[in-house]
Design a protein around this ligand. Structure first.
Ligand code: HEC
Ligand code: HEC
Length: 398
């Protein structure tokens, strides 16, 4: 028995990057704040599996599929032998472990694809933008989560297998996946480290990471450009604005409805609400809009054409779905979805002089003007005390 190289460098790099990426992707899966990292890891894992498929043919002996191409029957037999503690030692992957590997690879592909579909449906972003609507997004997302949970379970099984196998044959399998070496007989097929391929793989990953995060940072919303990097509230970064599709605009609507308050994009209320608002324009929240018929009609047409029922953005779909059919809300801030989404905002955030009113959407949604209300474009402004202590260029002005 000699200390022999079994796992070439690319295989080990693949293994640990995939393991780390999956763990990180799991940790960044909740909420929107880490979405950019989560999505990056998803693409990275898909790329890694693609590489592994090639390496299953082009790699060194023990990395090739041909060296661990066992059927389910062999996997079951091996498991039985393990239970009886009679399982023979395999230098490469054993039959049961191989099955787990193929399942893990397949799961990464399925999770990656459902992830891309979720991103396309839920955020209308990425490769599958607009393939599905928001109503289907829920189901696709559930599938994505289901497969990810399956993968977590399988990773658990894989880890248990590594432990059992290590105990059974008194060798540290995790360490050999790190160093690449195992004790093996002299006639074991030769493995070379293939460092050049590993270097290229690493370079490709770094290049992709660099490209992705420059893209992410370029799309980052800077709410407080006057603050220096160090003064910036840490919790707002890295916050990528996943820019959704651009919604139709209308000059006249913007001018007329934007003269007293920032415009509320039509997608935020159903058509019947806009019709009622225009029908009651003489008592519009205590004021009289006083538009002539031509103006009213033109504005109303634009609003009805782009009302919530169109489901042009996620917010539209969810607001529309939350409003009971019999009611006609005149305020966005009174729709059940809006109330639900803003329930957790604290009193001090509402009292912030940068916010003041619930209808001041743009204070927290940097894309309010465009009407998209993307998750990544939401940033509650910093608390007044902190904002006041920061030297802003406007501070001296009255
Ligand atoms: C003359 C000034 C004025 C103009 C012009 C105006 N509004 Fe308003 N609007 C108000 C006031 C005042 C409020 C109440 C603000 C508050 O209570 O927060 C309001 C509130 C609203 C709200 C409720 C916001 C919420 O809390 O969800 C909507 C929706 C709205 N306006 C739509 C429109 C539309 C559509 C137009 C153009 C057709 C328009 N407004 C033009 C004065 C105006
Ligand atoms: C004080 C800051 C603040 C103001 C003002 C505010 N929002 Fe929000 N908004 C939030 C926060 C925080 C969330 C929660 C995001 C989450 O749940 O991930 C949110 C979520 C939303 C969402 C859901 C986005 C999503 O899909 O996660 C919509 C739509 C929305 N707001 C619309 C509005 C509209 C319309 C207005 C103005 C009438 C408004 N908001 C005013 C802070 C604010």
């Amino acid at each position: 028995m000699n200390r022999t190289l079994i796992w070439d460098l690319p295989t080990r790099l693949f293994h640990w990057t995939l393991a780390g990426s999956f763990a990180l992707a799991w940790l960044t899966s909740e909420g929107d704040r880490w979405r950019s990292i989560h999505v990056f890891l998803g693409y990275l894992m898909l790329g890694l599996v693609l590489f592994r498929l090639v390496w299953g043919f082009a790699g060194s002996h023990f990395s090739r599929f041909s060296s661990f191409w066992f059927g389910p029957r062999a996997a079951a037999d091996y498991l039985k032998q393990v239970i009886k503690r009679q399982a023979p030692r395999h230098i490469g992957h054993n039959p049961t472990g191989s099955l787990a590997i193929y399942l893990l690879l397949a799961l990464v592909v399925v999770i990656g694809i459902t992830g891309i579909l979720t991103l396309g449906a839920d955020e209308q972003h990425g490769l599958a933008t607009a393939w599905f609507g928001f109503d289907q997004a829920r189901y696709i997302k559930k599938l994505h989560e289901l497969f990810a949970t399956l993968m977590l379970l399988l990773v658990g099984v894989h880890l248990a297998g590594v432990v059992v196998e290590s105990l059974l044959h008194k060798e540290n399998l995790a360490r050999s996946m790190l160093t690449g070496f195992k004790q093996a007989a002299a006639d074991t097929p030769k493995t070379t480290s293939r460092a050049l391929v590993a270097a290229l793989l690493l370079l490709a990953m770094l290049g992709f990471g660099f490209w992705w995060f420059s893209y992410a940072i370029a799309n980052q919303v800077d709410r407080q450009p006057e603050l220096s990097q160090t003064q910036r509230p840490v919790e707002t970064e890295p916050h990528v604005k996943f820019v959704g599709k651009q919604l139709p605009d209308n000059r006249q609507w913007r001018d007329e409805c934007g003269s007293c308050h920032a415009v509320f994009y039509p997608a935020l209320l159903p058509a019947r609400s806009w019709q009622k608002i225009m029908a009651e324009q003489d008592k519009h929240f205590g004021t009289d809009l006083g538009f002539d018929k031509a103006t009213s009609d033109a504005i109303l047409k634009f609003m009805v054409d782009n009302a919530a029922e169109n489901h042009a953005v996620e917010a539209a779909f969810k607001i529309d779905r939350s409003i009971p059919a019999k009611t006609t809300p005149l305020r966005i801030t009174e729709t059940p979805y809006w109330i639900r989404k803003h329930r957790e905002i604290t009193g001090s955030d509402w009292a912030n002089p940068l916010v003041k009113s619930k209808s001041n959407c743009a204070a927290c949604h940097t894309d309010a003007d465009a009407g998209t209300f993307e998750d990544g474009a939401m940033q509650i402004p910093d608390a007044p005390a902190k904002a006041a202590s920061a030297p802003t260029p406007n501070a001296a002005k009255p």
